[in-house]
Each structure stands twice: as structure tokens, then as C-alpha cells.
Design a protein around this ligand. Structure first.
Ligand code: DGY
Length: 327
């Protein structure tokens, strides 16, 4: 890192939890956004030009063109979030700008939400909810709202990083048979502890599992990893869950197959085109859609802020920030 600057000018693009904002204001020369005003590209460029540190979130697209206009002052982009696919990290590095993120603190919350989606889709939770909310329940019936049993189902986890492993632990506790595909295989004792089955071939895992849950980051290599061809490998009874990034799944193909009954259901927290879910996914009884709330807990958001502060403080002290992303 550079020389350090004990009270760097830190520009924050979104309103953060109050305790985080207070600590930032106390520790740094912080320019906050307490009204959560939407910033356009012009606003972002101006912020970057007058700041040592930018704290963006995934709603800000920090691409090469924007970085080209950042000017010489900006030295650190301390992202408020784990995923950095909205930041061109290589272009930042070329300009001597470091990028950090907030790994680890979203793991358990996102894994909880993944399980919630698996259960909601498999046990038809939203269908029951809709009937109750509409006051249309006419009493218990042996055949009403029959879903599938969670225990014994085969879960295929795509991507076995921190969140994939946290999902595996939960799924194993629910009695699911956990399979995974990952570039690197976990150590044998890890696999044995959770009874994990590793698949070298993603295609083969897809064809054999009942629920497929996405936990890879979005990179050029993972874009449409679940392509139309791969989605066709799934059993018609399969359910697709995504709490990672929408771009990993060909959303149009998934939508077509869900509507045609070629895939049984989906639980989605993220979408290929940011916050615009394919409108043809709405109102499908076999689909549960959430507004990217996998990590949305009060505790998690504060811990994310604490990580951001630690990263900036390390930069300010001339040290390597703990969560520095390697370009
Ligand atoms: C992240 O931090 O990347 C998450 O997706 C936000 O929930």
C-alpha cells in the first residue's frame, strides 16, 4: 500500500447502518450519504476525484471508463460487500487503486436464506401463504399442498467456498444427501464429516441431483455456467436455487423451462439483469423470488461495515488491508 493517511477522505455511496456511519465519521474524514441519494455516473466521478477512499456497494458499477476519470487521488475502493463483480479490479490495479471486500461475515446469513428457499420451493410455502392471505383456505385435506420431503433429497452445490460449505452443513443436518462440484476438491476429512460427494463433472452432478444451489462468484468463466444446455440435463423434478449472482444462470432459458414444466421449481434471490427479474418468472406458483436479501440481517450489515472500516484503517496506517483482492 501507499504511504498512508491517518484521516483519509472517505466517500460512501449508500446509506449504511447508523453505527457504521457514526464510526466512519469519528475515524475518517467521511462523506456519507445519509439520505441514500441515488448517485449517477457524474456524481460517482466527482466523488472519486475528491476522495482517497471510495466505499461503493454492488449497486454502483465501477468500470474501466469510470476509473479512467477517477483522477490521481483515489487509492482504495473499500467495497461494502463480498462480491466485487461490479468493480473492474484489473483496471483499478492498473491505476494503482487497491480493492477490498467484506468476506466471511455474510456466509451464515446467506446460507440460512438458501435453506429457506430450498424449503419454501420444495414444501410449497408461498402457495400456502397466498391461500391464507386471500382467506381462501377451506380446511385440511390429505392431498392439499403436497410438497417433497427435504430429508433424503440430493442437493448439488455448485461452488464449495465459504457459503457453499455453510449450506452443506445445514443441508446435511436436514438429512439431505450433499453433492458438490468445485474446481478444487475439499480435503477428505471435510468431505467425510458432512458425507459429501464430489463431482468432477458438473454435467453429471446436474443429471443426478434433486436441488441445485449456486454458490460461485460471477466471473467471465462462470457467466451462464448453468446454460440452456446444462439446465436441460436436470431432472424435470429438479429445483434450482440461486443466492449468489444471477449471471451464472441463463435466466431466459430457466424461465422457459419453468414455464414449460421442464424444471419443477426455482428459488431466486438474484437475477441476470440486476434488480430486473424476468417478468415471465412472476406469478409462477413454483417459483419464489426474493429481492437480493440473502445477507440482509442487521448483524451482518454492521459486521460488513466493521470490515470496511478495518480495511480503510489499515490503508490509513500504511498497512496491507486484511481483505485486499488480488487482481
Ligand atoms: C455481496 O456482498 O456480494 C452480497 O451479494 C450482498 O448481499
Amino acid at each position: 500500500m501507499g504511504e498512508g493517511n491517518s484521516r483519509p477522505h472517505v466517500a460512501v455511496t449508500r446509506r449504511l447502518p447508523d453505527p457504521v456511519q457514526s464510526r466512519m465519521a469519528a475515524q475518517f474524514d467521511a462523506e456519507l450519504n445519509p439520505q441514500d441519494r441515488r448517485l449517477d455516473r457524474g456524481d460517482l466521478v466527482a466523488l472519486m476525484q475528491r476522495s482517497d477512499v471510495l466505499v461503493p456497494a454492488l449497486s454502483d458499477r465501477i468500470d474501466a471508463d469510470l476509473l479512467a476519470e477517477a483522477g490521481p487521488r483515489l487509492k482504495l475502493i473499500a467495497n461494502y460487500g463480498a462480491g466485487v463483480d461490479h468493480i473492474n479490479v484489473a483496471a483499478a490495479a492498473e491505476r494503482g487503486i487497491h480493492v477490498t471486500n467484506t468476506p466471511g461475515v455474510l456466509t451464515e446469513d446467506t446460507a440460512d436464506m438458501t435453506m429457506a428457499l430450498i424449503i419454501a420451493v420444495t414444501r410449497r410455502l408461498t402457495e400456502g401463504l397466498a391461500v391464507m392471505q386471500a382467506g381462501q383456505w377451506d380446511g385440511w385435506s390429505p392431498n392439499a399442498f403436497l410438497g417433497g420431503r427435504i430429508g433424503g433429497r440430493k442437493l448439488g452445490i455448485l461452488g464449495m467456498g465459504r457459503i457453499g460449505q455453510a449450506v452443506a452443513r445445514r443441508a446435511a443436518a436436514f438429512g439431505m444427501e450433499v453433492h458438490y462440484h468445485n474446481r478444487t476438491r475439499l480435503p477428505a476429512d471435510c468431505e467425510a464429516k458432512l458425507g459429501l460427494t464430489w463431482w468432477d463433472s458438473l454435467d453429471q452432478m446436474l443429471a443426478r441431483t434433486d436441488v441445485i444451489s449456486v454458490h460461485v462468484a460471477h466471473t467471465p468463466a462462470t457467466f451462464h455456467l448453468l446454460s440452456a444446455r446444462r439446465l436441460k440435463l436436470l431432472k424435470p423434478s429438479a429445483v434450482v436455487i440461486n443466492t449468489s449472482r444471477g449471471e451464472v444462470i441463463d435466466e431466459n432459458a430457466l424461465t422457459r423451462m419453468l414455464r414449460a414444466g421442464e424444471i419443477a421449481g426455482a428459488g431466486l434471490d438474484v437475477y441476470e439483469h440486476g434488480h430486473e427479474a424476468n417478468p415471465r418468472l412472476r406469478n409462477l406458483s413454483n417459483v419464489v423470488l426474493l429481492p437480493h436479501m440473502g445477507s440482509a440481517t442487521v448483524e451482518g450489515r454492521i459486521e460488513m461495515g466493521e470490515k470496511v472500516i478495518r480495511n480503510i484503517a489499515a490503508y490509513a496506517a500504511g498497512e496491507t488491508p486484511p481483505d485486499l483482492i488480488q487482481p
